[in-house]
Design a protein around this ligand. Structure first.
Ligand SMILES: [Zn+2]
Length: 280
């Protein structure tokens, strides 16, 4: 079998904008990183945090990572773009408390990565191979992972109208497929929840420019895909699985799951790898 090598970015890229939850302006710079470095964040105070499940501080509405002294919100879209574009190693420097939401999707990150290009590193890619199917359940949320040659994500969501039941079956992920079918799908929220989110200090930077807003009678603004909601859930799951630190050789079937279940699964899937690494 042909060896698959690790990749990093060919050059550094920078993007700026407001954070969805804080509403604050921030710049994120994604820089090349050495082989086996994986993904890591350099936070506003200069502290460093590896993108691992153990660094997750919160999964309420977004995935928040933290060091001992600082934290960063909404890491899932930039991480999804890196894993989706087949990048293994990158350093993400952010000068604020939240990754800019951009247009609410992973497209600006994925396009910037595509424009910068990838550089091959002559070290074999770290792969997560499952010995048997893995599944976790939390109430009516279910996550099943079965061994597969390429990462693939199928998702089922059930929301009140107008979303209703949506099922999306992805093709095995390649950068082209990710860029075209997954990256453009925007984050979403229900109009009825806006007041509550505001009172919790969330969604301060949210607008129709960076989110699909769902009202009882329909969507406020045009959709990019008729099933944009479930496709965005696929995008979020890819971002959370980037915390694995290795390429997921599995097909995922997710039923109504969210960041909390995805991160819990990533922690369990990663555990045997971490143990094997420390025994070496
Ligand atoms: Zn999202």
């Amino acid at each position: 079998m042909e060896v698959e090598y690790q990749h990093t970015l060919a050059r550094e890229i920078s993007l700026s904008g407001v954070g969805l939850h804080t509403g604050c302006h921030a710049t994120v710079t994604i820089a090349p990183a050495p082989a086996n470095a994986g993904f890591s964040f350099v936070l506003a105070d200069g502290s460093r945090v590896p993108a691992t499940p153990d660094a997750v501080r919160s999964t309420v509405r977004c995935t928040r990572l933290g060091s001992a002294t600082a934290a960063v919100n909404t890491v899932e879209h930039v991480l999804a773009a890196l894993l989706g574009m087949d990048v293994d190693n990158a350093q993400i420097v952010v000068d604020g408390e939240e990754i800019p939401i951009m247009d609410g999707s992973a497209l600006p990150f994925a396009q910037a990565i595509a424009e910068a290009g990838r550089r091959e590193q002559r070290v074999p890619r770290r792969m997560l191979h499952l010995r048997a199917p893995f599944w976790r359940r939390d109430g009516d949320k279910v996550l099943v992972c079965v061994p597969a040659p390429r990462f693939k994500v199928n998702f089922f969501v059930a929301f009140p109208p107008p979303v209703g039941n949506q099922f999306f079956e992805s093709q095995p992920l390649t950068p082209d497929y990710f860029l075209r079918e997954i990256a453009p799908n925007r984050t979403f929220g229900f109009r009825s929840e806006v007041e509550t989110l505001y009172s919790q200090g969330l969604a301060r930077g949210g607008s129709l420019d960076n989110a699909v807003v769902i009202d009882r009678d329909g969507y406020l603004g045009p959709l990019r895909f008729p099933d944009e909601i479930v496709r965005h859930k696929v995008l979020d799951l890819i971002g959370d699985f980037a915390l694995l630190g290795s390429y997921p050789c599995c097909e995922v079937i997710a039923l109504k799951s969210g960041h909390a279940l995805h991160v819990a699964a990533a922690r369990e899937l990663r555990a045997p790898l971490a143990a094997a690494a420390s025994a070496r």
